[in-house]
Design a protein around this ligand. Structure first.
Ligand SMILES: [Zn+2]
Ligand SMILES: [Zn+2]
Length: 322
C-alpha cells in the first residue's frame, strides 16, 4: 500500500465510520478499471481539466464531466457519471456553477472534492455591471443563475491570474492525495503559473490603448476579464447562456451597441449565434467569436492558452487597439 492509497483509505475510513460502519473500506484499491499508478481526477468542466492535466502530468488520469462540444452550465449527470464522481480520488469543481455536480459531491464525495470557488472570493454577479450615470440598475437584472450561485459570478478562469492562483492551490491538494509526487506537482504548477503570467502580460499590453473599451457579449461571462483589463461588458443574456433575452433587453443592448459605436457583437462557439446576428444586423456591426472557454469544440486541437490568445486578437481588432 503506497502513501496515496493509505491516505485514500484513511479518508474513506473516516467517512465510513460516520456512514457505513467501516468494514469495506480496506478491501479495494480503488474503483474497477482505475489505474493504480495514477490519481483518478474528475474535472467538472474544461478549464479545470486543463489545469489538472498540466499540474498532474502523467501522474493523473483526468476525466471531464462535460462532453466535447457541450455547454457546461446546468450540466445533467447520467448514473455512470455520478459513479465516476463517487469513485474519483479528487473532484475539481466550482460550487454554484453546475448544480448536478454539487449534488453528486454532496451525496458521495465531500471529502474528496476541491471547490475552486474557495480559493479567492468570487465577484458579485452584479459587480461592474455596465451602467450610465442617472440610469437605474434595472437593465442589468437577469433571471436565472444568480440565485443558484448565491449571486456570484463563476467565470473566474477568464482572468489568467486567478486561474494561476487556483492552480497553485490545486497542486497543493494533489500533493496531499499523492504525497510521493508532491514536488512534481509543485514544479509543474510553477511552470503553468509562469505561462499564465505571460498571457496576463500579453493581455495587459495588448489592451492598453484602444479606441473602444465596451464589449457586447453573448452571455455575461467576461466580468473577470473585463475587470482585469479595464473593459466594459454589455452582456446580452445573464450569467447563464440558456436564458433567452427579453425583447426589452434586446432593445437595450442595441441602444448600447449604437451608443458606443460597437463594430463587433460577440458570440460563442458552443451557443447559437442567432441573437448576436440579430443585434449586429440592427446596428450594422459584424459578429465574431469571443470564447468564454467553458468547453472546447468537438475535435478541437486548442487549449486554454491558445483560445485565450485568439480571444486577445479578436478583442484587439474589434476594439481598435494599437
Ligand atoms: Zn458561463
Ligand atoms: Zn453604455
Amino acid at each position: 500500500m503506497n502513501n496515496r492509497t493509505a491516505s485514500r483509505v484513511l479518508a474513506a475510513a473516516t467517512t465510513a465510520l460516520l456512514t457505513l460502519g467501516g468494514a469495506a473500506a480496506c478491501s479495494t484499491d480503488g474503483p474497477a478499471g482505475a489505474d493504480p499508478q495514477r490519481v483518478d481526477v474528475v474535472a467538472a468542466f474544461y478549464p479545470l481539466q486543463f489545469i489538472a492535466e498540466r499540474i498532474g502530468g502523467d501522474a493523473v488520469r483526468v476525466t471531464n464531466l462535460v462532453k466535447p462540444g457541450a455547454e457546461p452550465h446546468d450540466l445533467e449527470l447520467n448514473p455512470s457519471q455520478v459513479g465516476e464522481v463517487s469513485e474519483a480520488e479528487l473532484i475539481v469543481y466550482l460550487k454554484g456553477f453546475q448544480p448536478a455536480v454539487d449534488e453528486a459531491i454532496e451525496q458521495n464525495a465531500t471529502d474528496r472534492a476541491f471547490d475552486v470557488a474557495t480559493v479567492q472570493p468570487l465577484r458579485d454577479a452584479t459587480a461592474g455591471a455596465h451602467e450610465h450615470e442617472g440610469e437605474g440598475a434595472g437593465a442589468t437584472e437577469e433571471p436565472g443563475h444568480e440565485e443558484e450561485s448565491g449571486g456570484k459570478d463563476p467565470h473566474l478562469w477568464l482572468d489568467p491570474t486567478r486561474l494561476a492562483t487556483v492552480a497553485d492551490q490545486l497542486a497543493e491538494r494533489l500533493g496531499k492525495v499523492d504525497p510521493d509526487r508532491a514536488a512534481d506537482f509543485t514544479s509543474r504548477a510553477r511552470a503553468l503559473h509562469a505561462d499564465l503570467e505571460k498571457l496576463d502580460g500579453e493581455y495587459a499590453t495588448g489592451l492598453t490603448t484602444c479606441q473602444r473599451r465596451e464589449i457586447v457579449t453573448s452571455h455575461t461571462a467576461f466580468g473577470y476579464l473585463a475587470e482585469r483589463y479595464r473593459l466594459e461588458q454589455v452582456g446580452i443574456t445573464g450569467l447563464s447562456p440558456d436564458v433567452e433575452p427579453s425583447p426589452q433587453r434586446l432593445a437595450e443592448v442595441i441602444e448600447e451597441a449604437r451608443e458606443h459605436k460597437a463594430t463587433t457583437i460577440f458570440f460563442e462557439t458552443l451557443v447559437s449565434p442567432k441573437v448576436a446576428e440579430t443585434i449586429a444586423g440592427q446596428v450594422g456591426a459584424q459578429t465574431a467569436v469571443l470564447d468564454p472557454i467553458e468547453g472546447l469544440a468537438d475535435g478541437s486541437g486548442s487549449d486554454y492558452l491558445s483560445v485565450m490568445r485568439t480571444n486577445l486578437q479578436t478583442l484587439r481588432t474589434a476594439l481598435g487597439c494599437s
